[in-house]
Design a binder for this molecule. Structure first.
Ligand code: HEM
Ligand code: HEM
Length: 183
């Protein structure tokens, strides 16, 4: 693990916090679009909600990539004092799985939109095609995209949030505070 030795060693940097909470806000909007947009089947037109789902998804992919690069270069603060080793290890596993899903889920969605021949555009600019329309072997991407987002990502987020609340309200330590603005 790279530990950030240049700035505050006990708290996340302002940029790390801003990127973390920006992704939380974008994901809340993204799940609202996902759950309210029409079911996507063969020949479903790309309505406004579906278009917003694609646009926000591509933005999340870009912000997650920037965040991951930032994380790899700058590292993280030292673990909070007094955290048992198993909690340190399990939190790191959950964090890396979340980073992986923040890349894999939107990429699978994008591939599936291409597979269906649906245009993916970002504020009016059409994005490149990752695969050709109906490219053989890519049909599964829609189902796996939805399952990973609805079940795996949300389950991990639930564990992550419950752990943060447990640290704050039960253990009374600084784990949540070091990701909040201020410290
Ligand atoms: C982190 C980002 C994303 C999340 C959390 C997410 C979440 C979801 C969820 C939960 C569903 C299933 C909706 C339901 O339950 O009925 C879904 C469907 C879908 N999403 Fe995303 N999505 C993301 C990014 C994207 C991107 C970037 C694209 C395309 C550019 C996209 C394209 C699609 C498509 C085509 C479907 C329909 C798949 C099918 O049912 O076959 N998504 N998304
Ligand atoms: C209300 C919701 C959330 C709360 C209260 C929260 C809280 C936190 C806290 C306290 C940390 C720092 C943990 C530590 O110091 O060991 C953290 C880190 C992290 N959070 Fe969240 N989080 C939330 C939502 C999310 C969501 C939705 C995602 C992504 C899907 C996410 C991804 C991450 C990742 C990847 C890290 C690790 C940062 C790093 O060390 O590189 N969080 N979160």
């Amino acid at each position: 693990m790279t530990v950030d030795a240049t700035l505050s060693r006990s708290s996340y940097t302002g940029a790390a916090k801003a990127l973390h909470w920006l992704i939380v806000a974008l994901l809340i909007a993204q799940f609202i679009f996902a759950w309210t947009m029409p079911d996507i089947r063969r020949d479903t037109p790309v309505t406004t909600l579906i278009g917003l789902h694609f646009t926000f998804g591509v933005v999340i992919l870009a912000v997650a990539a920037i965040r991951l690069l930032f994380r790899l270069v700058r590292g993280v603060p030292e673990p909070e004092a007094g955290i048992p080793g198993w909690q340190e290890t399990s939190s790191q596993i959950v964090h890396w799985l979340l980073y992986a899903l923040l890349l894999i889920v939107p990429l699978l969605g994008w591939i599936n939109a291409d597979f269906r021949g649906m245009p993916v555009s970002l504020f009016g600019y059409e994005m490149p095609h990752l695969i050709a329309t109906r490219a053989p072997g890519w049909q599964w991407t829609g189902d796996v995209h939805g399952l990973l987002a609805n079940y795996v990502m949300l389950a991990l987020v639930a564990i992550h949030v419950l752990a943060a609340l447990y640290h704050h309200f039960v253990m009374g330590d600084g784990v949540l505070r070091r990701m909040l603005p201020g410290r």
